[in-house]
Design a binder for this molecule. Structure first.
Ligand SMILES: Cc1ncc(COP(=O)(O)O)c(C=O)c1O
Length: 383
């Protein structure tokens, strides 16, 4: 427990509660939690299933066959990836629990785990508990926030047991091509480690971009698994619906671990998730248009306030570099106290996040507009 960092948003929530109590109007653009609801047909399915007296019992860990088949259907339709629902798909109570548990299942003390920096914090949690040696892979702007696999020392690769990748990326908004995935698969095969690709943002995209799945690489299933989630895909963050798909042995091991910890998930939630995965998904394109408008507002807004950023083609974040090497923690604190805008300082994602801030697009468009106006006047007054 002593090695675990304090959860950033816990402290932030306390600061925000204090400011709100003092009457400050806070615009939250820190967490990656979608503000919009899922499509009505998904909620209707939850309601009708919940009204069915036969759908209230324990469920198997990983979900019943029909639910796993829905994920397999989604992967087939979306990525052209064929999955056996019985052995290559397991449901998760949100992908975060699986990400944590995979590290517990696969890492022993002394094993190396390769984790991108900056990166999503949950990759670290399980690794700390497993006593693994954490080696961070720097993601830098000059390399389009992709890892430089050739820079990993041979001795580290020898001891590596697990490599995490995440594209479209949180927090940078970067994307990876199939060539990058092919390189990672080849490395995992050569050195005999597990490649875990975390892909919750593949369905939030702009300007026609379509992110690939790592499982599209021939032979990927020999070494790789992919995590997916409806949290962002279908605005269902609070529902806790995720999956891990791919290598059947890794699927089996994760299920074995999780079946000792939990007893499945509420079936009506899984029924609704199944229709979300297999039903009419045209509403997602409409939802992405809303995010795109916000993305454009934020990109223009932060640039006008003196920050540098690329225009992301996927995910719900704008990753912006502060001017003059400013301290991200101090900047985010001052922006919150001075303009009532809450953003995430880059350092919480790792050392390479210093000097950056992450702005989330999961906030009502009118509030985003207001935030950008406030930010610019605040920055202008600061000089
Ligand atoms: C990169 C990444 N992976 C996983 C998750 C967790 O998603 P879930 O809600 O499925 O646990 C998030 C949530 O923000 C994320 O950004």
């Amino acid at each position: 427990m002593a090695r675990l960092p304090t959860y950033f948003f816990h402290g932030l929530n306390q600061t925000i509660a204090r400011l709100k109590a003092a009457g400050v109007d806070i615009i939250r653009m820190d967490m990656g939690s979608p503000d919009l609801p899922p499509a009505p047909f998904i909620i209707e399915q939850l309601q009708s299933s919940a009204a069915d007296p036969t759908r209230h019992g324990y469920m198997p860990t990983g979900g019943p066959p029909a639910y796993r088949a829905a994920w397999a259907e989604f992967y087939g339709r979306r990525f052209g990836v064929e999955l056996d629902p019985a052995s290559e798909v397991t449901g998760l109570i949100g992908s975060k629990e699986g990400i944590f548990a995979l590290a517990l299942a696969y890492l022993n003390p002394g094993d190396v785990v390769l984790i991108p920096d900056p990166g999503y914090a949950a990759y670290l949690g399980g690794a700390h508990f497993a006593g693994a040696e954490i080696v961070r892979l720097p993601l830098i702007a000059e390399n389009h926030f992709l890892p430089d696999f050739r820079a990993i020392p041979a001795e580290v690769l020898q001891r590596a047991r697990l490599l995490w990748l995440n594209y479209p990326n949180n927090p940078t908004g970067a994307v990876a091509s199939l060539e990058v995935f092919a390189e990672a698969v080849a490395l995992a095969r050569e050195h005999g480690f597990v490649l875990a690709h975390d892909a919750p943002y593949t369905e939030i995209t702009y300007d026609g971009y379509r992110p690939p799945s790592v499982l599209q690489i021939p032979g990927a299933k020999d070494v790789a698994v992919e995590f997916h989630s409806l949290s962002k895909t279908c605005n269902m963050a609070g529902w806790r619906v995720g999956t891990m798909v791919g290598n059947p042995e890794i699927v089996r091991v994760l299920q074995q671990l999780l079946s000792n910890i939990e007893s499945g998930q509420f079936l009506p939630v899984l029924d609704a998730a199944s229709v979300a995965l297999t039903g009419d998904n045209t509403w997602i394109a409409e939802r992405n248009r809303v995010y795109r408008e916000r993305r454009d507002l934020v990109v223009a807004g932060v640039r006008a306030a003196g920050l540098e950023t690329d225009v992301p083609s996927a995910a719900i974040y704008v990753w912006a570099r502060l001017p003059g090497g400013a301290d991200d923690d101090a900047y985010a604190g001052a922006l919150l106290e001075g303009a009532g805008i809450s953003v995430t300082p880059g350092r919480i994602f790792g050392r390479m996040g210093h000097g950056y801030i992450r702005v989330s697009l999961g906030t009502a468009t009118e509030r985003v507009r207001e935030a950008m106006a406030r930010w610019q006047s605040w920055a202008a007054a600061r000089g």
